[in-house]
Design a protein around this ligand. Structure first.
Ligand code: F6P
Length: 413
């Protein structure tokens, strides 16, 4: 008991500022909330101070237009600096009281801003975390998520995209990547990979933070296979078949099952059967977006697309029996195999995690082979067993993978 008390009081006095750095839409907020979630699980009192949120709360005027972010716009600059200072002061007070880690979530892209932060926050160490991601496709998808914010409501989709891209362009000339004069981690925020780190030994909580940054964590992932299709009835593979009456009923049952949970995002493949399964679920949600990812498409079975297993066995016995011999590594002529799908499936998972707040519920609606690969990303299976993982249509997998705890459940809906 005495020892435990000692530990708690030691932690009470351990304090750290984390300052996020990076251009807009580079995953800073996702990383910040993942850190907070994990640190809190370790009983480390953590709070995020987000400049954008504070600006939206405090400033009644429209601050969404791109010109507001122009460094030449004096009024915009004054407001942004004021918000930044208020947040720094709040972070300082939080650590003065009982907080352990204060995360300053903003672009903090210019050297000038970072110097101000260093001048203001002198009572505890500062760790800078720079998020880097220059993948155009991911950036486009992130921008699509950003423009869902109410501040873009008055614009058309195209105008909002344009405005956000213009906003980014104002940051480019002032953006100075971190240099060796600070303690920092540069993170490839799509792949959760540390690109560079500059640390002295006594940064508090460093081991935990580093480990959290490189771990794919997700609180609640619901991995669902699409409902029954006309092709399923005939045992046909691939193609782009519709759901049957029964499949639509399954989708409705799923919708009802999940209606008391908050599902902000549903990732599907580009195939009708996954989208038709997602639509009724979206309908019963308050705020839900369906995002189609080609990465989650079903295995491309090449020259055998749309054939039934019986037809393949009869008309292309070589394909049938060769595949049986080594199902994981076999590649359909002009198509794919499990092993060759791995890269795109992993990329789809990274995309889905990047675009989601991993502390919330995430749903993926995929296919039999695609879901086997998604499942095996989180759950170890020998390669030769992956193509046989049970992926039913009347149940779904619930996966929770947080630091040091993984949970898999096959659940009926
Ligand atoms: O539901 C059928 C299906 O999704 C096909 O489109 C796909 O080719 C097949 O399942 C994958 O399963 P297996 O690798 O066991 O043939």
């Amino acid at each position: 008991m005495e020892k435990r008390k000692g530990l708690i009081s030691l932690m009470k006095d351990t304090k750290l500022y984390i300052v996020m750095v990076g251009l807009p839409a580079r995953g800073k907020s996702t990383v910040a909330s993942r850190l907070k979630e994990n640190l809190k699980n370790d009983s480390i009192k953590t709070r995020i101070f987000n400049n954008g949120e504070l600006r939206r709360k405090m400033i009644p005027n429209d601050t969404s237009f791109a010109g507001f972010y122009d460094p030449e716009n004096k009024e915009g600059m004054t407001i942004r600096e004021k918000i930044a200072l208020i947040n720094l002061e709040r972070a300082r007070k939080y650590l003065q009281k009982d907080g352990n880690v204060a995360i300053i979530d903003a672009t903090n892209a210019s050297l000038k801003r970072r110097k101000k932060i260093q001048a203001q926050l002198i009572d505890h160490p500062i760790l800078f975390i720079e998020c880097i991601n220059n993948d155009e496709e991911i950036l486009d998808a992130s921008i699509l998520r950003k423009i869902e914010m109410p501040e873009f409501e008055h614009l058309s989709k195209e105008e909002a995209i344009q405005s956000f891209k213009e906003r980014i362009s104002y940051y480019l000339p002032i953006y100075t990547p971190l240099k060796k004069d600070t303690y920092f981690i540069k993170l490839d925020s799509l792949n959760n990979k540390i690109i560079q780190e500059e640390i002295k030994d006594d940064i508090p909580f460093y081991d935990q933070i580093r480990d959290f940054l490189v771990t794919d964590t997700l609180k609640n992932l619901y991995l669902i296979r699409h409902g029954e299709t006309y092709f399923n009835l005939e045992n046909r593979i691939g193609g782009d078949s519709d759901l049957t009456e029964n499949g639509l009923l399954q989708a409705k049952a799923l919708a009802k099952f999940f209606s008391n949970k908050n599902i902000p995002l549903i990732f599907t493949s580009q195939k009708k059967r996954t989208i038709q399964t997602a639509e009724p679920i979206k309908e019963l949600q308050k705020n839900c977006t369906i995002i189609l990812l080609a990465e989650f498409n079903e295995i491309d079975s090449g020259i055998t697309e749309c054939m039934s297993y019986e037809e393949i066995r009869r008309d292309m016995p070589q394909v049938y029996f060769e595949r049986k011999k080594d199902k994981y590594n076999y590649i359909y002529p002009e198509g794919e195999g499990y092993a060759s799908m791995k890269e795109r499936i992993d990329r789809g998972i990274k995309k889905a995690l990047y675009l989601s707040n991993t502390s919330k519920n995430i749903m993926i609606i995929g296919h039999r082979a695609a879901n086997r690969m998604i499942l095996s990303h989180f759950l170890f299976r020998r390669e030769e067993d992956v193509p046989y993982i049970y992926i039913p249509q009347d149940k779904f997998y619930y996966i929770s993978a947080v630091q040091n705890r993984k949970l898999f459940q096959l659940k009926r809906y």
